[in-house]
Structure formats: C-alpha cells, structure tokens
Design a protein around this ligand. Sequence first.
Ligand SMILES: Nc1nc2c(c(=O)[nH]1)N[C@H]1C(S)=C(S)[C@@H](COP(=O)(O)O)O[C@H]1N2
Ligand SMILES: [Mo]
Length: 254
Amino acid sequence: MSSPLSRRKLITTGLATAAGVSGLGVAAVLAQRYGLIPPDHGGIFGAGETLTYAGQRLLTSHHSLAREFNRSEISKVAFVNGKPPQNEAYQRHVAGGFADWRLTVDGLVARPSSFSLADLKRFPARSQITHQACEEGWSFIAEWIGVPLSTVLNFVGVSAQAKYVVYYSLDGFWWDSIDMPDAWHPQTFLAYGMNGGELPVDHGAPVRMKVARQLGYKSVKYISHITFTDSMKHIGDGLGSPAPAAGYSWYAGI
Ligand SMILES: Nc1nc2c(c(=O)[nH]1)N[C@H]1C(S)=C(S)[C@@H](COP(=O)(O)O)O[C@H]1N2
Ligand SMILES: [Mo]
C-alpha cells in the first residue's frame, strides 16, 4: 500500500496534468476510477466541475471542518435570500406553530420515517457558529441549532448503496443534493434554531438544511422531504440541483 503522501502527490500530479497538459478528459478518467463524477458532469463546463469535485474529494479530508466563530462574532444583520413558500399549506403551518409539519425520510433506508418537529428536537441537539456565504457575494455569521443529519442517517439506517441525499423544500421549487461524505459531515445539520431562538420564517422555519462547507444555496430552507438514492439520473433534470441550469455548480464547496 502506498503512503498517503505519495498517493496524494500522484493524484495532485495527475489532476494537474489532466487540467493543463493533456486536456480535461484525463481528469474525467481519474474521477471515474475513484467514482467521483458529480451529477453535473455533462455539458461544456462538465469537465471542470468533475475536476473541482474529484480534486476536493481526493485531496481534502472528508471530515475537515468549516471554521467556527465565537458568539461575539455573530453578525448583527443576517441577510435573507428568497421568500417563504407562497402556498396556503405553508401559511397554515406557520399559523399552527408547525404542529402538523412532518419531515418524510425515504429511499435507500432500512426504516422510512416521518418526523415531527418535536421528534427532531428529541435527538441530541448540536450548535455551530459558522459563516454562510451566498453566491451573490454577501455573507454573515450565525449560530445554527439542530440535529446533525448523521444522527438521522443512523436512525433510519441508510443503505451502503446510497450515494446522495436529496432534499426538497415545501415551496415545491427549491431542492438540492449532497454526497454521502457531506451527509455524514458533523457540521451538516437539520437546523431548527438560529442565534439562540427558533428558526425564523425568513430563514427556513421550521427546518432547513445547513451545509457548512458549501455555498448558501445548498442550505435549502423549509425542508419537508429527504430521500436517499444511488443515482441522480431520474431526479429532476438529472444534474443533482437546480443550480447547474442557472450556471452554478452542483458541488459548491468553500
Ligand atoms: N427554500 C429556499 N431555500 C433557499 C433559498 C430560497 O430562496 N428558498 N435561497 C438559498 C440561497 S441562494 C441562500 S444564499 C440561502 C440563504 O439563506 P438565508 O436566507 O437564511 O440567508 O438559502 C438558500 N436556500
Ligand atoms: Mo445564495
């Protein structure tokens, strides 16, 4: 077995060669060998997306943490992107304090489940004070309180075949997906609290995904359904997220 260092060097050289000398096709071959093809690998930017994603996954630890801050560093103003769901169902949830809201978890799991907000709050709570950055250029630091997605993964018994977690907003429009390393990552949360209080409606009440190591658009608000799959082919347009169609990457690591 080669040492991690030489393997890393080999991979670095391989990726550099792929990018610079022999064209991006080699990167795809390398990524294919390691099973690191992102869902948005097609099209004119696809080779670049594959290079970024495979490079990240091969060269950086799956467990490296996003920086955490002190309470005194929490931003005075937390920006908001997008509007709460405009449908009547959501208005009813808000009026009823989310008592009837449920999070459905299905797909490649041993125990498909449905959680109320109270169910989620019975799991051990965790918090993180991290930076949220939007692709539009603004960012803020906030405290997010919730249950690590890994806790739910263990509870539902996610299958070894699962490659992606797909999550949907109850606005019926926003959705996204992440790979299993980010799903198991200790800073990937189902967040139901913010800055010491309940998660505000503007920030995704009752529950949002919080993916600390990727851009804000991966942190979908108003989550109501999570599913596990081994392929993105038949989900949405097959690209893993609405982001690629809008010119952004599926893998938005920061
Ligand atoms: N359901 C839903 N989720 C969403 C959005 C949205 O408009 N609707 N905006 C996304 C984008 S682009 C960003 S940057 C963050 C912003 O989160 P915030 O409004 O809590 O700052 O949420 C993401 N999740
Ligand atoms: Mo964003």
